[in-house]
Design a protein around this ligand. Structure first.
Ligand code: ATP
Ligand code: MG
Length: 526
């Protein structure tokens, strides 16, 4: 066996250490080359690796100025090598001939060379060359030593590749998790958060760096949850083997409620020990809402449609009876009711169509300058005829500037607010409709002295099909669409709508519309 002198052993130790450290590949290879040259008493050395296209490329050089590097080309191009049972072999004669060319080109007086292939299993990775400027040839033993260095270099290349692959894989995984539209959280076996992604951070309001190390149930806290929390189970010492699905609400003050479907997937190691729990969080708010909406829709519509249809049918059947001779007065009354109920049906159908148009984003406005004072007076006049119990007063300044909007849609907003003001002040009273201009907007209000709206209900009024529960509500008809439509229409104009109210003390609804910029102003702005 070979007897390594102490110095060589020391060098090898150092290289082994370098391989284990986090130095980059180039640095490790440079160290291997330098050490090999010193031990073999070589004055010059190069280490070349095959690049992607199979060309040899120098990655470490020793004992000569960088500028001479291109002149080593003959030793890098089309080097013939064989595969033997013990590995790759480079033809010595061929290398010697190329050596002469390189020596002449570089004036480095290179007299002896040893070339050892770097190989990983059956892949030819590159070559390490050590040159001498003396005539002393390399012995078989020295060649053997260099082979050890070449093996180390090959290991360094493999480590670097594995490391790069690992890094790539890790980055890819991180990118997938980070950018997933669903919330993702990875918990350790104690249910502590290791990772949460951007989507979940947004849903829960927990910044990722603060979430790390917290208990999973603290970061993802579910209200109204269905089924048990798997982390709770683990805490009680139970084992979880299978995927668990739960639904629940994420509730944060000042934010809309989010309904989520959460899948917990336990991941085990080879010994069957729990390693991680992968938590997938799906925002199902819209499904839930759609489901609730569907059932509300069906109940509201069936109720709201049935009443007028029943009335129409009842009156029509009565008037048609052949065995009775109706007087003119009765006939007129009956027909008036049929007409009224048919109007209500039309109104309801129009509202429903508008609502679905808004939802589909198909609401079109025909914009023009609108004189609000005029419009308000006209709408109010119509409503005065419908009620005797209410006094409707208008309060609009003469010089109110025109607004920019769709006249018919603004009429619809006013009608919805006025019909509510009448409907929800059953004891009558004053209804005041007014407007004032401020900045770029006109604010319109409709104030009544009716039953008012409890504070906690005010946020929901503008939701589709929403009606405040009260004894009056049960006595009045309505689909809960009026305010939803009013809000959508106001917002389509670029305005806002809101309410001030106290139960028992009436309600005032406000909305804004943009002031029309007159032609001269538009010219100035342009
Ligand atoms: P629809 O307008 O579709 O015929 P609706 O009047 O019930 O039905 P909205 O106009 O959307 O529906 O009003 C929603 C709910 O808000 C009403 O059911 C009522 O409870 C409450 N509300 C609206 N306006 C007033 C008001 N001026 N005073 C008191 N409560 C009101
Ligand atoms: Mg209404």
């Amino acid at each position: 066996m070979l007897n390594y002198p102490g110095r060589q052993f020391h060098y090898l130790l150092e290289i082994t250490r370098a391989l284990g450290s986090s130095l980059d590949l180039k640095e490790v290879l440079q160290r291997i080359l330098e050490t090999a040259a010193e031990i073999l008493h070589g004055q010059v050395g190069i280490l070349a690796l095959r690049n992607r296209t199979g060309q040899l490329q120098v990655v470490a050089a020793y004992g000569f100025p960088q500028t001479l590097l291109p002149r080593f080309q003959p030793l890098l191009e089309d080097i013939p090598y064989d595969r033997t049972e013990t590995g790759f072999r480079i033809s010595r004669e061929d290398v010697l001939e190329r050596l002469r060319l390189v020596s002449e080109a570089t004036h480095l007086n290179l007299r002896q060379v040893v070339a050892i292939p770097l190989a990983l299993e059956d892949e030819f990775l590159g070559i390490i060359y050590i040159f001498r400027t003396s005539d002393r040839p390399f012995t078989v033993e020295e060649e053997y030593i260099l082979r050890t260095f070449a093996d180390h270099a090959a290991i360094a290349v493999r480590n670097a590749r594995l490391y790069t692959e690992l890094q790539l894989e890790r980055n890819r995984l991180r990118t997938i998790i980070e950018n997933s539209a669903d919330g993702i959280m990875i918990l350790d076996a104690e249910c502590r958060v290791e990772v949460i992604n951007r989507a979940l951070s947004r849903m829960t309001g927990w910044p990722p760096e603060r979430a790390r190390g917290q208990m999973g149930g603290t970061v993802l806290h579910l209200e109204n949850a269905t089924g048990p929390d798997p982390c709770e189970k683990l805490r009680r010492g139970e084992v979880i083997r299978e995927q668990i699905y739960r639904e629940g609400d994420i509730i944060r003050p000042g934010h809309p409620r989010i309904t989520v479907g959460v899948t917990y997937t336990p991941v085990f190691d080879d010994e069957g020990e729990l390693q991680y729990i992968i938590v997938n969080v799906n925002d199902i708010t819209r499904f839930r809402e759609a489901e609730e909406m569907k059932s509300t829709f069906i109940s509201v519509i069936s109720h709201e449609l049935k009443t007028p249809v029943a009335l129409i049918k009842g009156y029509a059947a009565t008037l048609r009876r052949e065995d009775v001779q109706w007087d003119e007065e009765t006939i007129r009354e009956g027909l008036a009711i049929i007409e009224e109920e048919a109007d209500r049906l039309t109104q309801l159908i129009d509202n429903l169509l508008d609502a679905s148009r808004i939802q589909a984003g198909g609401l079109k406005l025909e914009m023009d300058e609108v004189n609000l004072k005029d419009l308000i007076e006209r709408v109010v006049k119509g409503f005065r005829m419908q009620t005797a119990a209410h006094e409707i007063i208008t309060d609009v300044p003469e010089d109110l500037p025109p607004v920019w909007g769709d006249r018919e849609r603004i009429r619809q907003i006013l009608s919805n607010l006025l019909s509510n003001a009448i409907k929800y002040s059953p004891r009558g009273g004053v209804i005041r409709v007014g407007a004032w201009a401020e900045g770029d907007y006109v604010t319109v209000y409709v104030a009544d002295q009716g039953i008012g709206i409890p504070e906690e209900e005010q946020a929901n009024l503008f939701d589709k099909f929403y009606r405040v529960d009260s004894s009056l509500r049960r006595r009045t008809q309505g689909a809960g669409l009026g305010l939803y439509l009013a809000k959508a229409l106001v917002e389509a104009h670029g305005g806002r709508i809101w309410v001030h109210s106290k139960p028992g003390a009436g309600a005032t609804f406000f909305f804004t519309l943009p002031i029309a910029r007159s032609a001269s102003e538009t010219d100035e702005a342009d």
